[in-house]
Design a protein around this ligand. Structure first.
Ligand code: GLU
Length: 481
């Protein structure tokens, strides 16, 4: 199956929308299959449906694949470029008596006559000479495949043995009366021409497979291995769609998901490496991947798990890459370019302190911003909770200010010892000082350990923030009286 050099797989998206999670997972499995087996990964854009396909969507799919790191080795081929071959293949089947002309279509109609009705067509009985004469006179007609007697079966690499009695398969259309090929013909013609040896796709194509196998046989081509991967369900058990929130790769990118996290997450949707391994990078996944471990039952999309994986992958980033990724979100949070460019060391220190405190780069940037902004805003919830009594908060903050102004060292351990002493002297728990202080310097009710925060903030900026907070608190205390 995966003899080196012989494995050829393809991803064949229709460019009628952005790359969604299901398509991305199919692309990813094909990528892993090819890379694991030393095979070739082909990209084919299935753009025969002119009305619904667009160049913009093709670009978007290519961008999403590139962002995810799904590099293909060949392509993109465009299915529409194969039109002449599709017609030739249908013509060959007609010549060999494996297809026949069907005149049932209303003249000018592009619709497949009686497609999917599960019947034989009366046109099968038209004597060959008469059918040729009608065609030669320009009578519009489609080409139908003549389904042979018997049974069509295959060993699906995921679903096992599948078999369908041929009398359940209608004489399906190959070419419509306007000369356009139907999907099943185009796909088989392309897969044969491109030497595809392994077809891995969504199991919404299971029902097409018998027809496609009949076409392979009729065209005298070797069957590829088929693997149909179960679909992805939303948490409500229904097929995953936009209703469940973000569904496209692009949307997750905008949400601040790392490509390696989405890569990891998609790989675990319907596949498992065995054991309890979960956090894996692309190289681990390539090594571990095998079709045998694709699960038969549908996978459920769990956004919390995606967030969890994102966090794990953020933790694994080098500080350099994290810094690079955080620039955009930091700018959006109001941090000046001059600070981002001018204080690289400080930027790295700040990110190093807060990096474990968010599921996305955006969340981490928000935690980093107070260190880098000239002035901060106070989170109303934190104010309500920790500055409930402004006069009391101001009294303690003045004591802290005096302490920090004279502190011999701004190292976290020294600051902690000083602060505990101060709390004792004022006969309050340390929390009574730390929480109001955190709101004063960070504007928030949560942050990394306060002593690390103060140390990184530095004496000058800390004192400055405390002064600002005192201004706020004094005004609030006056207003309350
Ligand atoms: N273009 C088809 C789709 O997007 C895939 C065809 C195939 O994989 O055989 O569903």
């Amino acid at each position: 199956m995966s003899r080196k050099g012989s494995l050829r797989v393809r991803f064949a998206p229709s460019p009628t929308g952005h790359l969604h999670v299901g398509g991305a997972r199919t692309a990813l499995f094909n990528f892993l299959l090819a890379r694991h087996g030393g095979g070739v990964f082909v990209l084919r854009i299935e753009d025969t449906d002119r009305a619904r396909s667009s160049a913009a969507m093709t670009r978007s799919i290519l961008e999403s694949m590139a962002w995810l790191g799904l590099e293909f080795d060949e392509g993109p081929h465009h299915q529409a470029d194969g039109l002449e071959r599709h017609r030739r293949d249908a013509g060959r089947l007609l010549e060999q008596g494996r297809a026949y002309r069907c005149f049932c279509a209303p003249p000018g109609s592009t619709r497949s006559p009686r497609e999917g009705e599960g019947e034989r067509c009366g046109c099968d009985g038209i004597p060959a000479g008469a059918a040729e004469a009608r065609a030669a006179s320009g009578e519009p007609h489609a080409l139908r495949f003549r389904v042979p007697e018997g049974e069509t079966s295959w060993d699906d690499a995921v679903h096992g043995r599948r078999a369908v009695a041929n009398d359940h398969i209608e004489d399906f259309v190959l070419l419509r009366s306007d000369g356009s090929p139907v999907y099943n013909l185009a796909v088989v013609s392309d897969d044969v021409a491109m030497g595809i040896t392994f077809v891995l796709r969504g199991d919404d194509h299971l029902s097409n497979t018998p027809k496609q196998i009949l076409l392979y046989r009729a065209l005298g081509a070797r069957l590829p291995t088929f693997a149909h991967v179960p679909m992805i369900l939303g948490p409500d058990g229904k097929r995953l769609s936009k209703r469940h929130g973000a569904a496209s790769v692009e949307a997750y990118r905008e949400l601040g998901i790392l490509p390696e996290a989405l890569f990891n997450f998609l790989a675990l949707l319907g596949w498992s490496p065995g054991g309890d391994r979960e956090v894996m990078d692309p190289a681990d996944l390539i090594e571990a991947f095998s079709v045998e471990r694709i699960l038969k039952k549908s996978a459920v999309f769990d956004s919390e798990k995606l967030m969890w994986l994102n966090r794990r992958h953020i933790e694994r980033l080098s500080l350099e890459r994290l810094t690079e990724l955080a620039r955009g979100p930091l700018e959006e949070a109001g941090v000046a370019k001059a600070v981002l460019d001018g204080q690289p060391e400080r930027l790295r220190q700040v990110l190093g302190l807060v990096r474990e405190r968010g599921n996305t780069i955006e969340a981490i940037a928000l935690q980093a911003a107070p260190f880098l902004l000239d002035s901060i805003e106070y989170d109303p919830e934190a104010v309500a909770r920790f500055w409930k009594s402004p006069a009391e908060a101001a009294r303690l903050l003045r004591a802290v200010r005096d302490l920090l102004a004279g502190a011999a060292s701004f190292e976290p351990a020294a600051l902690e010892a000083d602060m505990r002493q101060l709390a004792e002297a004022h006969e309050v728990g340390a929390g009574k000082i730390i929480h109001p202080l955190r709101v004063a310097v960070m504007g928030t009710g949560v942050s990394p350990g306060i002593f690390g925060v103060l140390s990184l903030m530095g004496r000058e900026r800390t004192l400055d923030r405390i002064e600002q907070a005192l201004g706020y608190l004094d005004a609030a205390a006056t207003a309350a009286n």
